[in-house]
Design a protein around this ligand. Structure first.
Ligand SMILES: Cc1cc2nc3c(=O)[nH]c(=O)nc-3n(C[C@H](O)[C@H](O)[C@H](O)COP(=O)(O)O)c2cc1C
Length: 133
């Protein structure tokens, strides 16, 4: 079964980004007979903020292991000040970049307008460069 990890990078509750990420991951799962694991930084925030290296504090370590084992990643962040959220970046900073080689990554973002739409290309794509080339 295809393992799909959906990453929601907003600290907001409720979160438009989480709704978008869940919807896209559900659609991908329906087409691939995949199983979705949701990683929501809003739920991980206290432990994520205390995690600076691996192994990270639980439940962050479990989330990182799921990302590293994923067959496919759906990654979404709200745009804050023209870029991804800080907690989204911190989560991805802790991922072993070698583990993502070959895993397709769908990049998603929500914003207040389309003014910063290019942040997906300029900011988010390099985070996953080995797997999105
Ligand atoms: C601190 C902060 C900074 C933001 N900066 C931008 C921005 O630079 N460009 C933009 O288009 N939207 C910006 N927004 C709007 C959010 O990206 C938008 O409301 C987003 O959908 C929120 O996602 P969420 O509901 O998942 O938290 C900002 C919002 C906040 C709270």
């Amino acid at each position: 079964m295809t393992s799909i990890v959906a990453i929601a990078g907003s600290l907001g509750k409720p979160s438009r980004t989480r709704l978008l990420v869940e919807d896209v991951a559900r659609r991908v799962a329906a087409r691939t007979s995949g199983a979705v694991t949701l990683v929501d930084v809003a739920e991980l925030a206290p432990e994520l903020g205390r995690s600076f290296s691996r192994p990270a504090a639980e439940p962050v370590e479990t989330a990182l292991a799921a990302i590293e084992k994923a067959d496919l990643i759906v990654a979404g962040s709200p745009i804050y000040k023209g870029s991804y959220s800080g907690f989204f970046k911190h989560l991805i900073d802790l991922v072993d970049y070698r583990a993502l080689t070959g895993a397709p990554v769908a990049l998603l973002a929500t914003g207040g307008s389309d003014r910063h739409a290019l942040a997906v290309e300029h900011q988010m794509r390099p985070l996953f460069a080995p797997s999105t080339r």
